[in-house]
Write a protein that binds this ligand. Structure first.
Ligand SMILES: Cc1ncc(C[n+]2csc(CCOP(=O)(O)OP(=O)(O)O)c2C)c(N)n1
Ligand SMILES: [Mg+2]
Length: 358
C-alpha cells in the first residue's frame, strides 16, 4: 500500500516542469543585456562541465555539486546585487562565486586543492568564500547557513547600512529546523524594518534523491513563509528574464522596507545531485528530458535569436568562454599545492597543542 502511494506521488514530481509559475515577463531587456546574461550563463555551464571532467579524472577531490540547469536563478538574482549586499548559499556555490567576481582560475584552483585557490585550497567546492566580493559562502551542512543569513541581514539594518542579504536555500533545506527558527526571527524583526533579507528558495524538485512530495505534505514551498509573516511569490526559475523581473522588484522592496521577502524559483537540477549519484533511480529519464526542453541556456538562446542575434555570434561567445575555462583548468593543474606552513594559518589557535598523553 505504502509503496503504491509512494510511486504514485513520485510520478507527479517535477513533471509539470514548473508550469504554474510561467508567464511572459513584462520587463524589456536590451539585446546587449541579453548577450551579457548569456555570457555569464554559458561561462557557468562550461565551468561546471569542466569540474565534472576534473572530478572524474580524480583531479578534484572532496565532493562536488554542480549548478547545471539552475544557472538562470543566481544569474537573474545577482543582476540586482549592489556592492555591499551580502550573498550566502549552501554547497552548490560555484555560480554564485563566479557571478560575484571570483575568477574561474581562482575557483578551479580551489577545487583542485591548490594554494592559488580562492581560499588557498583549504575549502574546496562546498566552502568557497570571497568576502571582498560580498560572497559569504558556501556551507556543507544543510540549513546551517540560514540563521547566518538572517543574522547578517539584522546586522546590516542594525548598522544602518543600505545593503540587503540574498539568502539562497534549497527545497530540502526548508524542512530543516534551522529554517523555521531563522524564518521566524526574520519575519519578527522585519516588522521593525530590521531584516532586509531576500530569501531565494531554489526549488530544484529534489533534496538528493528525495522529491518535494516525499519530503513534505505542503508542496507549495513558498507558502511556508506565511507561517512567519513573510510575503512571497513564485517565479519560473528556468527563464532568466522572468527571474530578473522578480529579483528587481523583490530586492527593491526589501531594500526600501528592511522587511524580508521570499521568492521560490521553480527550477531543475539537470545533472545528478553530486558526485556519488550515479543511477538517479529517484526520477525518470522522461522527466529529465521534459525539463531539458526548458534548459535555461536554450531558452535564452531563443530570446537572442528573437532579438536578431545571429547564430555565429552566439557560437563565438561559447568559444570564448570555452577558452576561459580551459585556461582556468590549466592554471589549476599547474599551480602548486599549498605550502606546508599553511596548515597552521587561518585557524583559531596559532599553535598546535597535542593533548598530554600522560
Ligand atoms: C544537516 C545535513 N543533513 C543531511 C545532509 C546530506 N545532504 C547533503 S545535500 C542534501 C539535500 C539538500 O537538498 P536541497 O536543500 O534541496 O539542495 P540541493 O542539493 O537540491 O541544491 C542532503 C540531505 C547534510 N549535508 N547536512
Ligand atoms: Mg533541492
Amino acid at each position: 500500500m505504502a509503496t503504491t502511494k509512494r510511486t504514485a506521488r513520485r510520478g507527479k514530481t517535477g513533471n509539470d516542469a514548473g508550469t504554474d509559475s510561467r508567464k511572459e515577463p513584462q520587463v524589456q531587456l536590451e539585446t546587449e543585456e541579453l548577450i551579457s546574461l548569456y555570457q555569464k550563463m554559458v561561462e557557468i555551464r562550461l565551468f561546471e562541465d569542466a569540474c565534472q571532467r576534473g572530478f572524474r579524472q580524480g583531479k578534484i577531490g572532496g565532493y562536488l555539486h554542480l549548478y547545471i540547469g539552475q544557472e538562470a536563478v543566481a544569474t537573474g538574482f545577482l543582476e540586482s546585487h549592489r556592492s555591499g549586499d551580502r550573498i550566502i548559499t549552501a554547497y552548490r556555490d560555484h555560480a554564485h562565486a563566479l557571478l560575484l567576481g571570483a575568477t574561474p582560475r581562482q575557483i578551479m584552483a580551489e577545487l583542485y586543492g591548490k594554494g592559488t585557490g580562492l581560499v588557498k585550497g583549504k575549502g574546496g567546492s562546498m566552502h568557497l568564500f570571497d568576502a571582498e566580493n560580498d560572497f559569504y559562502g558556501g556551507y556543507g551542512i544543510v540549513g546551517g547557513h540560514i540563521p547566518l543569513g538572517v543574522g547578517m541581514a539584522f546586522a546590516a539594518a542594525y548598522n544602518k547600512e543600505d545593503s540587503i542579504v540574498q539568502l539562497y536555500l534549497g527545497d530540502g533545506a526548508i524542512n530543516n529546523g534551522a529554517f523555521h527558527e531563522a524564518a521566524n526571527l526574520s519575519g519578527l524583526w522585519g516588522q521593525d524594518g530590521l531584516n532586509p533579507c531576500l530569501w531565494i528558495l531554489e526549488n530544484n524538485q529534489y533534496g538528493m534523491g528525495t522529491s518535494v512530495e516525499r519530503a513534505t505534505a505542503n508542496t507549495n514551498l513558498a507558502s511556508k513563509f506565511d507561517a512567519y509573516g513573510i510575503e512571497h511569490e513564485q517565479v519560473d526559475g528556468m527563464d532568466v528574464v522572468a527571474v530578473i523581473e522578480s529579483a528587481r522588484r523583490a530586492s527593491e522592496r526589501v531594500r526600501e522596507s528592511g522587511t524580508p521577502f521570499a521568492v521560490e524559483a521553480l527550477t531543475y537540477r539537470i545533472v545528478p545531485h553530486g558526485a556519488a549519484d550515479f543511477l538517479e533511480r529517484y526520477r525518470t529519464k522522461e522527466e529529465v528530458k521534459k525539463w531539458r526542453e526548458r534548459d535555461p541556456i536554450g531558452l535564452l538562446e531563443q530570446r537572442l535569436e528573437d532579438a536578431g542575434v545571429e547564430e555565429i555570434a552566439i557560437a563565438k561567445i561559447r568559444e570564448e568562454k570555452q577558452d576561459i575555462v580551459a585556461d582556468a583548468v590549466k592554471f589549476a593543474e599547474e599551480s602548486p599545492v599549498p605550502e606546508l606552513s599553511e596548515l597552521t594559518t587561518d585557524v583559531y589557535a596559532s599553535e598546535m597543542h597535542v593533548a598530554d598523553a600522560g
